[in-house]
Design a protein around this ligand. Structure first.
Ligand code: ISL
Length: 563
């Protein structure tokens, strides 16, 4: 473990700036707000701040639609504020990970404005422009160049009336996909990344980076029974040149540069076999990936088709990823981010067992082999929001889905129920700092309502309480820093068929940990080797003592250690 990369023992904290802290009172979080709250991160003990996008943006997708990669949006502040953030983090021994969104730009980015201006524009080929389907006129039903569905509902193609051609947008129509086949596009992205590293940032979280290489033949997708449009992912998930593009990026941006960087590629649909290639250090692509298998386990054909999670499925999935990236590569560990519902509501119990279930899930996750990510508010067990109606929602994915489903004739109450369970706005309500009317987030009117439960669930209430969820997260981070077995030990899954208890061991030299999590609201007994019964407990979430021996109270989690 001596010469292991620094990020193996690091914990990353994600800030969604729009919802974190608003310093100027306009209701939208900003960089000065983040700066004022850096002590919260230092108090947690995290090593890295991943900052969701703060670049210039029309805010169609809350900043994941960028119109200038080399400036800060006025809603978030200025470049000087960003420099101050880098400085403030570095002064506290933390690093800054920027969000890199280069699968697409905003349609208001000058590159796209130029590209759209004419079919003979020198930048026409920077995006995916195609004529209508053979023999059809622009705008005819079915004239779209392929039958692909957009991630945000409807067709992935938008007609440009002026030229009669369509452009590709895997996400919103205000997020046209860049054409990575064009070497000028790649060079422009590399130059932009170097500019940020020169400015002092420490790496990038790369948005949907495994979608940047498309099969240039743009074949039609596979009908999947979800309505008019098809699943085109075979043509763009880990496409033909993806490894080449990431190796080139590494060479052009990072090679020969002094410093301690981190790169994490967000990769919907990535398999463990592909992930091993992406994260094999010898291949020089990325340090780790965000995979999506576990966050799809409680869904059917689409994310709106919500099902209960089976614990054995979760163990089988994480177990395969642990084994698959054991000898080569590295895992990232997350349950939560700005796209996922709140985990305590999703897989825990945000009623009676809120504190216990939040800490049990966190313990199990953080003790896996890999680098854990904490999403703002997760560390105080923030829960899903009680959205009364679609008027309470702001997210483009949710609003588009609502419109499409209701137009299609689905029962509005059922659509609302799935939005309440899975909608991304659950993760985007303001950070709950204290019990004051706007939770200490803003002095103004927040852009999305504060969750009323902030009166009870907030940072101020938990900061000095040793039994709080926040205190437990602090201990999890500290354990990783203090005990090398957490970062570097090997991993063995136990009890794969148990629907209540999540159990595994970690081992490094002669140190061994046993991690037990009763992920249910009923008492349980862990059917592991009885010799563990007397082993030291280095961390637990039942301060007054839970079950005896190998018995576990509801949602109890414990870490045993022996040598
Ligand atoms: O949220 C999702 C679950 O349905 C995904 O479709 C999500 O859009 C996908 O994980 C990609 O996410 C990233 O890129 C999107 C952006 O909206 C997300 O916020 C971002 O994390 C487009 O840039």
């Amino acid at each position: 473990s001596g010469d292991a990369p620094w990020w193996r023992s690091a914990v990353v904290y994600q800030v969604y700036p729009r919802s974190f802290a608003d310093a100027d009172g306009d209701g939208v979080g900003d960089l000065r707000g983040v700066l004022q709250r850096l002590d919260h991160l230092a108090d947690l003990g995290v090593d890295v701040l991943w900052l969701s996008p703060v670049y210039r943006t029309p805010q169609d997708d809350n900043g994941y639609d960028i119109s200038d990669y080399q400036d800060v949006d006025p809603a978030f502040g200025t470049l000087a504020d960003l420099d101050a953030l880098v400085e403030g983090l570095h002064a506290r021994g933390m690093r800054l990970l920027m969000d890199l969104v280069v699968n697409h730009t905003s349609d208001e980015h000058p590159w796209f404005v130029e590209s759209r201006s004419s079919p003979v524009s020198p930048k026409r080929d920077w995006y995916w422009w195609r004529p209508p389907r053979e023999g059809m006129a622009p705008g005819d039903p079915g004239a779209e160049p392929t039958d692909w569905r957009s991630f945000f509902s409807g067709s992935a193609w938008q007609l440009d009336e002026a030229s009669g051609e369509y452009y590709l947008h895997l996400f919103s129509r205000k997020q046209p996909d860049l054409n990575w086949e064009n070497p000028e596009v790649r060079a422009a992205v590399h130059a932009m990344m170097r500019w940020w590293l020169d400015r002092g940032v420490d790496g990038f979280r790369m948005d949907v980076i495994n979608l940047i290489s498309k099969d240039p033949a743009l074949p039609d997708g596979v009908p999947d029974g979800r309505g008019r449009w098809s699943d085109g992912s075979a043509a763009y998930v880990c496409g033909p040149r993806i490894h080449e593009f990431l190796q080139e990026m590494h060479r052009e941006v990072f090679a020969g540069r002094e410093g301690a960087f981190l790169t994490v590629g967000e990769m919907p649909g990535v398999t463990v076999e592909e992930a091993r290639l992406f994260t094999d250090p010898a291949r020089r692509e990325v340090d780790m990936v965000f995979q999506f298998e576990h966050v799809g386990l409680d869904q059917g054909a689409s994310k709106w088709d919500v099902r209960p999670l089976r614990l054995t499925d979760l163990k089988a999935s994480f177990g395969r990823w642990q084994a698959g990236l054991a000898a080569t590569g590295w895992n990232s560990l997350y349950t939560s981010n700005h796209d996922q519902p709140r985990v305590v509501s999703r897989w825990g119990d945000d009623g009676r067992w809120r504190r216990e279930s939040a800490t049990a899930i966190a313990t199990v996750l953080h003790l896996h082999r890999g680098t854990p990510y904490v999403y703002q508010g997760e560390e105080i067990a923030m829960a899903n929001a009680p959205f009364a109606s679609v008027d309470d929602l702001r997210d483009i994915e949710s609003l588009n889905h609502w419109r499409e489903a209701v137009e299609h004739g689905d029962d509005p109450e059922r659509v609302m129920a799935s939005l309440r369970a899975m909608g991304r706005d659950n993760a985007r309500t303001p950070m709950q700092w204290d019990a004051s009317p706007q939770a200490g987030f803003t002095a103004g009117e927040p852009w999305i309502a504060v969750n009323p439960d902030h009166a009870e669930w907030n940072v101020a209430a938990q900061r000095d309480d040793p039994h709080s969820v926040l205190a437990h997260y602090r201990r999890l981070v500290a354990l990783r820093h203090e005990d090398p077995v957490v970062a570097h030990g090997d991993f063995t899954m136990l009890l794969p068929h148990d629907e209540q208890v999540y159990a595994f061991t970690r081992r490094l030299g002669d140190v061994e940990l046993l991690v037990l999590g009763n992920l249910s609201g009923e008492p349980a007994v862990a059917g592991v080797d009885a010799s563990w019964a007397g082993a030291d407990v280095v961390l637990g979430n039942y301060p007054a003592g839970g079950g005896q021996g190998l018995a576990l109270a509801p949602w109890e989690a414990r870490v045993h250690r022996r040598t």
